[in-house]
Design a protein around this ligand. Structure first.
Ligand code: GTP
Ligand code: SPV
Ligand code: MN
Length: 591
């Protein structure tokens, strides 16, 4: 039964139904009974397999098609009316042409299938910062993941009421044909059409498609920001919590930082870290003039490989119940899961992510490097009590970062907001497995938004500059971090993970005006002794190693400037003069 009398919703569902011609329509109310029934059906259809219910209650394993394991940037389109509005970093197609192409693909695609209609809300129900969407899909896997990742069902439909202000998401797994795979966004219609994929980032339309590509457009028009950022709170021994939002490219450490467990020395003093979100932040100026953030999602769609009791115990614990694993190793002896970096136990009798027999002796990795888990925030031991707060949390610092073997130091602070926007705009990172078909090496990824900014990135930079003007002296401080500097043998120098707390600590002290800094050509840096390295003796971290991690190689930075000039040139007239001036000033400071 329809969950709403909203004619805008009902008419659109009717229209999509006559296009896709399903046998049946089912509205997702989000009730436990309905989800249990769908889980049963998904098991019968072999879409998911139940895991050991004693060790992993409520957990399932899923395998995507072999050609469908990550986002596909070359098949992702921004279909704005004007090509210029999509900008040089997005694939563009005219809406009429793309609707024409897609209608042919969607025509009758759900014959013999069920059409699921999922009303969902991104952000706390009732919050001024939240937005509603409706996703239509023919995939039970999508339904089972969506109810973890977003507030789905009756409450979302009720929150929408009679309004026409909702995002229309249409998805079909089609035939999973990767040559007919399209992930298309129509920002002027608040619409997303996705076909021929079953991989999370392409099909859980609330996530990257809505909460970043469409929402970044809405934010530009309505005066707020949708960013690829984690949100965490650092509680000091007095109980005061400082909130930080951080943007790192895909598979560069957001989930890990968001769930960080402080080193023992910090724990003893009473420091705690709380996770508000691990992937997306919606940020808006509050009535008090400060910048406030919500996590629009309710779950984690996290990278499995590398997650273990040492690197990220909170994430691992979050996956011990009611979790859907995708493209990891299936251990047959005890019907559990495994991935590279989980533990050192030899795996004997198992299936790899492709479903082929696999053991620790096999040459290829068992889990796909982009193998993922979907689990609800309530599973996470360090979830912040503020995550569902409709007003969000006040942000004191914004952090950018990426994987850089040599160039970027462990941490530096921007001189001011405008310089901070510049720091975000020149971000680069070594490519990872989170998207298919990217050339190896460093790519420019401003604010970690290159694949997710749904409009012209020149306008996006201008929007950031504008936001800084509105925030004035209440603007968060801006920092850049790099956990990934390597030594001559290619090994990471900084221990990372929980020890990143030591760097967060310096940032918090900077925000509170309690820590000094040294001015370098690229920004303010800590004095080496201001990074607390107590307890890191066994990791070989000494004050001189920290000094090395903070060193700025002017020759490498001059190459960086040259690369940035080339990158900026892409944006033509839309490149804000302020940022070009920042680049020239950096070049001058480098001498
Ligand atoms: P998306 O979900 O794709 O947006 O990724 P993410 O930014 O949340 O990255 P995630 O935290 O899942 O980390 C990705 C990979 O980076 C994993 O293999 C981690 O083990 C590794 N990683 C995360 N933090 C650190 C760190 O501080 N140091 C090192 N060396 N590796 C890290
Ligand atoms: C990312 O790639 O940044 C992710 C995973 O968080 S996906 O949902 O596939 O985009
Ligand atoms: Mn992400």
């Amino acid at each position: 039964m329809a969950l709403t009398n909203n004619q805008n919703v009902l008419n659109w569902v009717e229209e999509m139904k006559s296009l896709t011609k399903p046998d049946n329509v089912v509205w997702i109310d989000g009730s436990e009974g309905q989800i249990a029934e769908l889980q049963k059906q998904a098991i019968d259809l072999d879409i998911i397999k139940p895991l050991n219910q004693e060790k992993l209650p409520g957990c399932y394993i899923h395998r995507t098609a072999l050609n469908d394991v990550a986002r596909v940037e070359h098949r992702t389109f921004i279909c704005s009316k004007k090509e210029e509005d999509a900008g040089p970093t997005n694939n563009w197609c005219a809406p009429d042409e793309m609707y024409g192409k897609l209608k042919a693909l969607f025509d009758g695609v759900m014959k013999g299938r069920v059409m699921y209609v999922i009303p969902f809300c991104m952000g706390p129900i009732g919050s001024k910062l939240s937005k509603v969407g409706v996703e239509i899909t023919d995939s039970i896997y999508v339904v089972l993941n969506m109810v973890i990742m977003a507030r789905c069902g009756q409450a979302a439909a009720d929150f929408l009421g009679d309004s026409n202000d909702f995002v229309r998401g249409l998805h079909s797994t089609g035939q999973l044909d990767d040559e007919k795979r399209y992930i298309c966004h129509f920002p002027e219609d608040n619409a997303i059409w996705s076909i021929n994929s079953g991989y999370g980032g392409n099909v859980l339309l609330g996530k990257k498609c809505f909460a970043l590509r469409i929402a970044s457009n809405q934010g530009k028009n309505e005066g707020w920001m949708a960013e690829h950022m984690l949100i965490l709170g650092i509680e000091d021994p007095k109980g005061e919590v400082t909130y930080i939002a951080a943007a790192f490219p895909s598979a560069c450490g957001k989930t890990n930082l968001a769930m960080l467990i402080p080193p023992e020395g910090y724990q003893k003093k009473g420091y705690k870290v709380w996770c508000v979100g691990d992937d997306i932040a919606w940020l808006r100026q509050g009535d008090d003039g400060r910048l406030w953030a919500i996590n629009p999602e309710t779950g984690f769609f996290g990278v499995a490989p590398g997650t273990n009791m040492k690197s990220n115990p909170n994430a691992l614990k979050a996956t011990q119940k009611n979790t859907i694993f995708a493209n990891v190793v299936h251990k047959l002896n005890d019907n559990t899961v495994w991935w590279e970096g989980l533990d050192k136990e030899p795996v004997t009798n198992a299936l790899n992510w492709k479903g082929e027999p696999w053991t620790s002796e096999s040459k290829e990795p068992g889990a796909h490097p982009n193998g993922r888990f979907t689990s609800h925030v309530s599973n996470c031991p360090c979830i912040s009590k503020e995550y569902d707060n409709p007003t969000g949390v006040p942000i004191s610092a914004l952090v950018f970062g990426g994987r850089r073997a040599k160039t970027a130091p462990l941490v530096y602070q921007a001189f001011n907001w405008e310089h901070g926007v510049f720091v975000g705009s020149i971000m680069g990172s070594e490519t990872t497995s989170a998207a298919i078909g990217l050339a190896a090496g460093v790519r420019r990824d401003p604010m970690a938004m290159l694949p997710f900014c749904g409009y012209h990135m020149g306008d996006y930079f201008a929007h950031w500059l504008e936001t800084g003007k509105k925030l004035g002296d209440k603007a968060p401080k801006i920092f850049n971090v790099n956990w990934f500097r390597t030594d001559d043998n290619g090994k990471f120098i900084w221990p990372g993970y929980g020890d990143n707390m030591r760097v967060l600590d310096w940032m918090v002290q900077r925000c509170k005006g309690n820590a000094d800094a040294v001015e370098t050509p690229i920004g303010y840096e800590p004095k080496p002794e201001d990074i607390n390295i107590e307890g890191l003796e066994n990791d070989g971290i000494t004050a001189s190693v920290v000094e090395n991690l903070l060193s700025v190689d002017k020759d490498l930075w001059k190459e960086e400037v040259a690369g940035t000039k080339e990158f900026y040139a892409k944006f033509g007239d839309k490149m804000p003069a302020e940022l070009k001036a920042q680049l020239a000033a950096l070049e001058e400071r480098l001498g």
